[in-house]
Ligand binder design. Structure first.
Ligand code: AN7
Length: 352
């Protein structure tokens, strides 16, 4: 990814590039969301990055710069995906990684990733916001590099997703929808879109629509909250990039809105069973958000309220792979196979 957009990233000949071939993820046309919305809808499937989420884009830059600066240990707070990416890229770089996580609130696949990539894992009795506070305090003591998105190199890396979308569509979309947790990604996408717009690579600036889980919607409410949601990736009550999100929404004419856990889980199942794309719950907030914009309970500021012009393009970022968190949909869907004896008659009966 760094090699693809090198001139727009903070790297020099002195930067040892630590990469796992992240980025260049598919932009998948969604025929059914297109039919429902009357627009051309695409899904940027970030779950196909090396550790299964968009976090790899920022991490390749953050770890490369940390190694350039001589760091031998990196640290982060995480709801699961940042820690998976930090652990993998630290392993690749041959440096140590410590991750501070909210105990009991990390999806099983992500927790396994932190361990298998060799990170030191500390689970605190608190939420992500507590973990990030402690990481800032540890960082101030020195000797470690913080690779949360308060590290500006993370945002720089993540903006490349916008470059890829413009490169592929030949133009920026009219609307971009994504889930919002710590708000680094919406900040990064908006930066990427503005950068390519300023460089005449696109003539459109998309309206940025961010969706928070209704139980973890501090930006929507305008104050920090005690977060609760099944979408553990975005279970964040006091986002670090709050101002970046507000700027993206204000400058683009977009909005921050909410979707309920039920809408998230329904959208996750709908996307998997209608388009063959399995994303984690937090990522399904994009799809739930679009469906909300198309329904009667959309917010008054919704760009969909006035109708879309013919030929409008909409891109939804689906941020992480569904296999990261198999427990949430199983619990919700109550999935269980039909059991049968091992003979043709019994199996045919079961298939009816
Ligand atoms: C799948 O891993 O904050 O608004 O510590 O894992 O940029 O925070 C994850 C966030 C969306 C929200 N989708 O992005 C972490 C972490 C998925 C995520 C978000 C996250 P931001």
């Amino acid at each position: 990814m760094i090699s693809r957009y090198r001139s727009r990233l903070p790297v020099t000949d002195a930067t040892p590039v630590i990469s796992l071939n992240e980025g260049s993820t598919p932009l998948i046309h969604s025929p059914r969301l297109s039919a429902l919305s009357g627009a051309e809808v695409y899904l940027k499937f970030e779950g196909l990055n090396p550790t299964g989420s968009f976090k790899d884009r920022g991490m390749t830059v953050a770890i490369s710069k940390a190694v350039e600066d001589g760091a031998d240990t990196v640290i982060c707070a995480s709801t699961g995906n940042t820690s998976a990416a930090a652990a993998a890229y630290a392993a690749r770089a041959g440096i140590r990684c410590a991750v501070i996580l909210p105990a009991g609130k990390i999806a099983s696949g992500k927790l396994v990733q932190a361990f298998i990539y060799g990170a030191k894992v500390v689970a605190i009795r608190g939420n992500f916001d507590d973990a990030l506070r402690i990481v800032r305090e540890l960082g101030a003591l020195g000797g470690v590099a913080i690779v949360n998105s308060i590290n500006p190199h993370r945002i720089e890396g993540q903006k490349t997703a916008s470059f890829e979308i413009i490169d592929e569509l030949g133009e920026a979309p009219d609307i971009h929808i994504l889930p919002v947790g710590n708000a680094g990604n919406i900040t990064a996408y908006w930066r990427g879109y503005r950068e390519f717009h300023a460089a005449d690579r696109s003539s459109v600036l998309p309206k940025m629509l961010g969706f928070q889980a209704s139980g973890a919607a501090p930006i929507f409410h305008g104050h920090p909250v005690e977060p609760h949601t099944i979408a553990t990736a975005i279970r964040i009550g006091n986002p670090a990039s709050w101002e970046g999100a507000n700027a993206a929404v204000k400058e683009s004419g977009g909005c921050i809105d909410t979707v309920t856990d039920a809408q998230i889980l329904d959208a996750q199942a709908w996307l998997a069973s209608h388009e063959g794309i399995f994303v984690e719950p937090a990522s399904a907030a994009s799809v739930a958000g679009l469906l909300r914009c198309l329904g009667s309970d959309r917010c008054p500021r919704c760009p969909f309220a006035g109708g879309l012009r013919a030929g409008s393009k909409i891109v939804l970022t689906v941020t992480g792979h569904g296999l990261k968190d198999p427990d949430a949909p199983v619990k919700h869907g109550g999935f269980a196979p039909v059991e049968a004896d091992a003979d043709l008659t019994a199996v045919r009966r079961a298939l009816d």
